[in-house]
Design a protein around this ligand. Structure first.
Ligand code: MN
Length: 229
């Protein structure tokens, strides 16, 4: 047993539907610009951009129903409802055909974003990190294991703010499909059990302010509820 100079931070955990066991979060990968109608509203041409990858720290996860404080250094704080893939096996250089074998399950996530900061950094050609990978930036529901819910490649994905529907799309509109995302990521990184992949958001992104309540869901999964305080 190696002594550490101070106690290591606890491993972030996500609940699993129908189990007392938790999903221990390793890394959080995210896909940007993965729905054509969202690429258009983001001011880009869907025929000329490829989905982009970025990361959030694993301890950015926020459980369903937990309030999120409005962060500093933004005046345009946005929601992005997304399908989340939970990885269950180490994956390195896996083919598109085999990629779904590495999925443990699926959840609903919200890729919270300091949009004004992101756009300013994007315009300068600078990294997005502090606009995306901040504390409490990754609300997520319980994970549904594949054995229970199957593989999710279609189904309604939606988000409302204070009951008004803002995002309403379908998982089948994703440009890079789940298997393509996993295969490509496994070439860039060694995926580990415990990794989460936020797979991108449909159109309808917009701001929230303190007091707003976001509800978002995907057919077959849970409703993710997050209040901004
Ligand atoms: Mn996103």
């Amino acid at each position: 047993m190696t002594n550490t100079v101070f106690p290591a931070q606890p491993t972030p955990l996500v609940d699993i539907v129908g189990s007392d066991e938790k999903f221990p979060v390793n890394r959080i990968y995210c896909v940007g610009l993965n729905y054509a109608d969202h690429v258009v509203e983001f001011g880009e041409d869907p025929d000329k951009v490829d989905p982009v990858f970025f990361m959030k720290p694993g301890d950015a996860v926020v459980a369903n129903g937990v309030d999120v404080p409005y962060p500093q250094h933004t005046e345009n704080f946005h929601y992005e409802i997304e399908l989340v893939i939970a990885i269950g096996k180490e994956a390195y250089n896996v083919s598109v055909e085999d990629a779904e074998d590495y999925v443990f399950g699926y959840a609903v996530g919200n890729d919270l974003t300091r949009r004004d900061m992101q756009l300013a950094l994007k315009d300068k050609g600078m990294p997005w990190d502090p606009s995306k990978g901040f504390d409490m930036s990754a609300p997520i529901t319980e994970i549904h294991p594949v054995e229970e819910v199957g593989h999710i490649n279609e189904g309604r994905i939606w988000l409302s703010v204070n009951g008004d529907v803002k995002q309403d799309g379908n998982i089948n509109q994703m440009i890079a499909k789940n298997a393509q995302i996993i295969s490509k990521l496994s070439e860039l990184y060694v995926l580990k059990p415990g990794d989460l992949i936020y797979t991108g958001t449909p159109s309808g992104i917009g701001p929230v302010v303190p007091g707003d309540v976001m509800d978002g869901g995907i057919d077959g999964l849970d409703t993710l509820t997050t209040k901004i305080v």
